[in-house]
Every structure is written in C-alpha cells, then in structure tokens.
Design a protein around this ligand. Structure first.
Ligand SMILES: [Zn+2]
Length: 293
C-alpha cells in the first residue's frame, strides 16, 4: 500500500481516467480521448483466465457477471468463457497473450503514474489506434486485462448484497463495470454533461440506465447491464443475429486508406475521488471532475 494515498474519501467511486501510451508514433495529429474502442477480432467468446489469487466465491461472481453481459443482448455466442489461471502473473507492459482478471495485493505507483490516489480497479487495453484526427477515429482492441486493487480497497463477493459489509464494494458491481470496459464500452456522461437528446427526468433515472456511469458508492448494487449499455453494445458489434463474417463486413470501424494504425496501451481507471484524467505518454491531455453525489 502506498501510504500517501488517502483512504478517507472512499464513499464514492469516481470517474475514469484514461492513460494512453502511444508507442512509436510519429503522428502529430491530436488524439481524440473519446474515440470508441472496439475489438478488432469480433469472434466470441473471449477466453478469460481468472487468477489463482481469487477464491471460489470471487470466481463465481466474475463468471456470473460475464454471463450477465452475454445474456443482455440478442441471441449470440457468449462474450466470455472462463478458465482458471495457475498464477497471478499480470503484465503491465505488453500484450502477454493471456486475457486475465487479476487480484493485486501490492498496488504500486508505477501501475498508474502521476495519480494522487489509487484506483479501485483498472482495465488495460492493448490495440491499434486508427484514423487519428478523423471523425472515424477508433481503437481496435487486441488484448485486455482487468486488475482489481485489493491493497487499498475491500470487496464483497456475497451473493446476497444484504450480507455485504457497509465499507466494502460489491465485487459483482465492480467487475460488471470493468467487463464493460473490456468489451470497449466507455462511460455514459455524468448527468450534468448529458447530451441534449437525453431527456430523462432525473439524475437517478439517468444513472440507473447504465452500469457504465462513472461513479458508484459502497451501497450501489448493479449486477445486470442496463438499456444504454446494451444499446451501445449492439451498435458496436452489430449484434442483430448476424454471422461473424457479416459483422466484419458491416462494421463501421475500418482504417482509412493506407492507415496502418499505431500501437496503443490504454488504461481505464475506476477512481475514488471523482476526477477524470485523460493521459497520453503520461501527460494529461484532458481533465474534468464530477460532482460527487
Ligand atoms: Zn469505468
């Protein structure tokens, strides 16, 4: 545990900073931090390894949340299949070829440089950014991992949320949110920043319409994807009962001519302080804060 990280303000899980490292990029075009993420290989299920550092209840919770994503959309192959890893060997530097969910008991500053406080969890995405500076800019995901910070935070894997300790986060809720990032989902905007087209009557209704709202609190239990989540998921993967080959043809995510893309690593952090930092090469390229409930 990093002693300088305050542990006082843990009642709210805040916004999602995005740390991006562009490797070997010579492009000077500005990166759009809001550009969509989408798996390049749309063959599912993705096989996820569950670290041997999780106990059986925790693994059950993760498997249930994977199934929740799969059953949230129209008939299709499941998004995930799960297996047990014989180790907890996460790799923060590169695509190691093993999609994994890992438990971190010694959260290190090097995971998320320049952050003042530790995130609850991160999803790291490795892929290629295409069409930088264009309206159709996107990141093609090639690899993803989820790391959960058990060093600074506590999680409950109870099936019955009523059995949860009041100062624990619901593991189901955190994992469902991170799996959304794994699939390429971003956050829905905070209520005050919602698009004009959104006419929902209240903040609570708005927040309840997605599991990708950028803040949760200890008491929040969201174990089923919501309408906004499945709408985005369906559009991202053209899930209309199409065969995989047809999905590939119809995908709007295509490189512009001669664009070979740039390798990128994106880290999406679930924070506890309500702040959102977008970083590239360790430099903040965007920042905003949200009002904590
Ligand atoms: Zn998030």
């Amino acid at each position: 545990m990093k002693s300088s990280w305050p542990l006082l303000a843990l009642f709210i899980v805040g916004c999602t900073p995005s740390t991006e490292v562009v490797e070997g990029s010579s492009s000077t075009a500005a990166v759009n931090a809001e550009a969509p993420y989408v798996w390049g290989n749309k063959t599912f299920p993705k096989s996820i390894g569950l670290s041997n550092s999780f106990n059986s209840d925790e693994k059950i919770a993760m498997t249930q949340m994977g199934a929740a994503w799969s059953t949230s959309v129209s008939a299709r192959d499941p998004f995930f299949s799960f297996s047990n890893l014989s180790n907890n060997n996460y790799n923060l530097e590169r695509n190691d070829g093993i999609l994994g969910i890992y438990r971190v008991d010694d959260w290190n500053e090097s995971f998320t440089p320049n952050d003042q406080i530790a995130p609850i969890a991160i999803t790291q995405l490795f892929g290629r950014r295409y069409n930088t500076g264009s309206a159709n800019e996107y990141v093609s995901i090639e690899h993803a991992d989820i790391l959960i910070n058990y060093d600074d935070f506590s999680f409950s894997s109870e099936q019955d949320p009523l059995q949860k300790d009041p100062v624990e986060y619901d593991l189901h809720t955190v994992v469902l949110h991170e799996m959304g990032h794994f699939l390429g989902l971003s956050h829905i905007p905070v209520y005050s920043l919602r698009p004009n087209s959104e006419s929902l009557s209240s903040r609570s209704n708005y927040k309840a319409s997605s599991v990708m709202y950028p803040s949760i609190d200890f008491s929040e239990i969201k174990r089923v994807p919501k309408s906004k989540d499945t709408t985005v998921l369906n559009s991202k993967y053209s899930l209309s009962g199409l065969a995989a080959s047809a999905i590939a043809v119809e995908s709007p995510y295509k490189p512009n001519a001669k664009d070979l893309g740039k390798n990128v690593k994106v880290v999406i952090e679930l924070m506890s302080n309500g702040e959102c930092h977008h970083k590239m090469d360790g430099v903040t390229i965007g920042h905003h804060s949200i009002k904590l409930n």
